[in-house]
Write a protein that binds this ligand. Structure first.
Ligand SMILES: C=C(O[C@@H]1C=C(C(=O)O)C=C[C@H]1O)C(=O)O
Length: 443
């Protein structure tokens, strides 16, 4: 298995006592081009492992579930968007785990992340915001999330990248999953779907501001953010109603502020009682892809942004979590990175309404991506570059101590301090091989 596939799994939603005891027993990977119904595949796979949870060694623990934005779109018959910039990551990943002996804690090695390249410019992003507003004007949609992507070369220990992202402050739905040639690490604050017995809940986040006193006041007082939030709460109520006992959908919490890294976010909780006999496939079809990262009406929004975003959303803006017995716990894959052999990828966006200011939307997306990028920069030990001799990545400039965090505009940014550099620490280069002789001599 590649070094990416060897990174220890840590799906969100797994009990702390099980986290370091997961032993893979079965796996299904599916891509949009494979055809078929990902909701049915996910439900059939999970149902095989939905047995009473016993802690004993060898007993089933549960199933890690990763659903890409495109797989979610297929579940509802919506447009899947441009091709993913990380084709190595499947669109649906289901991994069943049993309990094994506790793994000793291993400190992740050092890593380096190089310069970031965006898939579109700020000006193109702003144009997409205006295109959404024109569609709102024509009555086609009334909120639509527009999402951008950027990527950078990396080297070192992918477990270090995974730990850095999953450990972002406020990443209540942080987690890690990997396979041959790919890794996904989420630093998400957003719960997507929980099901426990007959109770289902979804927790849309909508409304973002810098984590300052002024940002908090601005968010609480913003007509635009509250309107956008309530529209998405209504979408989520409608989504749950499809599988709910009639009349059981309720908003338990509305527009509560919570902090993630350097941002305030507004969050709500929408609950229902699931109608008896409703299976996981029907629940997934009702709520996927998550309302807070799509918009409304969902199908119209999917069609609209498919033509606006230059690259696909990959595993971002989807769902990632754990299914056990009669429990489902999934987070939304925002603030999430995907890593392939060469590059680390991150996506970020925000909800566009009639009242959106295009430049502010660009700055908001930069602040979200910038927080993940700054976290990686603060722990990164140098700039990766390819060795001309062997083509493998090596670390250059690892000794600079301070570097400016990337990308945050409009007063959303900050300086970050790097840790002591650890050039080529870890388990080898991006291709899973040892660095070339010249690189080894540099250590
Ligand atoms: C699209 C993203 O975030 C979504 C949009 C938000 C917003 O518009 O305020 C907030 C949380 C997310 O549900 C992202 O983080 O990239």
């Amino acid at each position: 298995m590649s070094i990416l596939g060897a990174v220890a799994p840590a799906p969100p939603g797994v009990a702390a006592g099980c986290r370091d005891r997961l032993v893979e027993v079965d796996r299904l990977e599916w891509r949009v081009g494979d055809g078929g119904d990902p909701a049915a595949l996910a439900a059939a796979f999970c149902d095989r492992f939905r047995v009473p949870h016993e802690g004993a060694e060898g007993a089933v623990c549960g199933v890690a579930v990763l659903v890409s934005a495109a797989a979610g779109a297929v579940m509802v018959g919506g447009a899947t968007g441009a091709p993913s910039p990380v084709p190595a990551v499947p669109d649906l990943v289901l991994v069943a785990y049993a309990h094994g002996p506790a793994r000793p804690a291993v400190e992740a090695g050092g890593f380096s992340v190089g310069p970031w390249r965006a898939s579109w410019s700020g000006a193109d992003h702003a144009k997409a915001v205006v295109a959404v507003q024109e569609a709102i004007g024509r009555g086609e949609v009334y909120v639509a999330n527009v999402v951008g992507h950027r990527s950078a070369p990396w080297s070192g220990d992918p477990a270090g990248i995974a730990a850095a992202v999953a450990g972002i402050e406020g990443a209540a739905w942080g987690g890690v999953l990997s396979g041959a040639g790919w890794l996904v690490a989420s630093g998400s604050p957003e719960a997507f779907l929980t099901v426990a017995g007959e109770r289902a809940a979804t927790y849309p986040i909508k409304g973002t501001a810098p984590a300052t006193a002024a940002g908090r006041a601005a968010l609480l007082g913003s007509v635009k953010e509250r309107a956008e939030h309530v529209m998405i709460v209504d979408l989520c109520r409608n989504d749950l109603a499809r599988v709910a006992v009639p009349g059981s959908v309720e908003v338990e919490r509305l527009f509560a502020l919570a902090r993630w890294d350097r941002l305030w976010q507004a969050e709500s909780t929408v609950v229902c009682r699931i109608a008896p006999g409703t299976g996981l496939a029907a629940v997934l079809r009702a709520v996927c892809p998550p309302g807070s990262v799509t918009g409304t009406p969902k199908l119209a929004m999917l069609g609209l942004v498919s033509g606006l975003e230059p690259v696909g959303r990959g595993p971002a803006m989807g769902a990632f979590g754990f299914v056990q017995e009669d429990r489902v716990r999934l987070g939304v894959t925002i603030r999430t990175v995907a890593v392939d052999a060469d590059r680390v990828h991150v996506w970020a966006g925000g909800g566009v309404t009639w009242r959106s200011v295009p430049d502010a939307e660009v700055a908001e997306a930069e602040a979200k991506a910038g927080a993940v990028i700054a976290r990686l920069a603060s722990l990164s030990s140098g700039t990766p570059s390819r060795s001309r001799r062997c083509g493998l990545w090596r670390v250059r400039g690892a000794r600079r101590a301070i570097r400016r965090g990337t990308g945050a505009a409009g007063g959303w940014g900050s300086r970050v301090r790097r840790r002591t550099p650890a050039p080529w620490a870890g388990r080898g280069g991006a291709a899973g091989a040892r660095p070339c002789r010249r690189c080894r001599r540099r250590r």
